[in-house]
Write a protein that binds this ligand. Structure first.
Ligand code: F6P
Length: 174
């Protein structure tokens, strides 16, 4: 059975500053992970033919009016928004942005495409998106999705076989 490998991008400058969204460059550590990831994939999928595509549908949850802020800034400047998200992170939609449910919905075509693939697939994306994809493939309940841990610099390999799902994690860096 073909594996699906899920990983977040390397640490970004915004990750370092604890800012959500944005579209910043990688930090030095993040750039190093990008190299290690490339080596890993090359070794792991040696005999496979690879094609690389970029999908907008894999963009991070759109934080709308809160894009570029830290959680602390949201808490201080938009306390009601912060509260509502705390109360229901799955359904909470950022002003002019998305909710987890919105993300899950936009991932539907991605999942259909991933299911169709016969070859191994490596998905490099973002925290919220990977939570949703992981939940789908590892069969986790909807309500858990916003809270699933998807650490940086770690590859989650999922194998779907007749006996169920198997998972391996490779932490390439601290
Ligand atoms: O902080 C990195 C990040 O990918 C943000 O861009 C995004 O808003 C956030 O994680 C999603 O995680 P959470 O839903 O826990 O805020």
């Amino acid at each position: 059975p073909r594996p699906i490998l899920l990983t977040r991008h390397g640490e970004s400058r915004d990750n370092v500053r604890a800012r959500i969204g944005g579209d910043s460059a990688l930090s030095d550590t993040g750039a190093l992970y990008a190299k290690k990831l490339a080596d890993f994939v090359e070794k792991r999928l040696k005999s496979e033919r690879a094609a690389s595509v970029q999908w907008r549908a894999l963009d991070e949850i759109n934080a709308g009016a809160c894009d570029g802020m830290t959680y602390l800034e949201i808490k201080k400047n938009m306390p009601e928004e912060y509260e509502s998200r705390e109360k229901d992170k799955l359904r909470y939609r950022y002003p002019r942005g998305e909710s987890y449910l919105d993300v899950i919905q936009r991932l539907e075509p991605v999942i259909i495409e991933l299911e169709r693939q016969r070859a191994p697939v490596v998905v490099i994306s973002h925290q919220a998106v990977l939570r949703a994809l992981y939940a789908y493939f590892a069969d986790r309940p909807l309500k858990e999705i916003p809270h699933i841990e998807v650490p940086l610099h770690t590859i989650i390999e999922i194998q779907m076989g007749v006996t169920g799902v198997q998972e391996k994690r490779y932490k390439l860096m601290d």
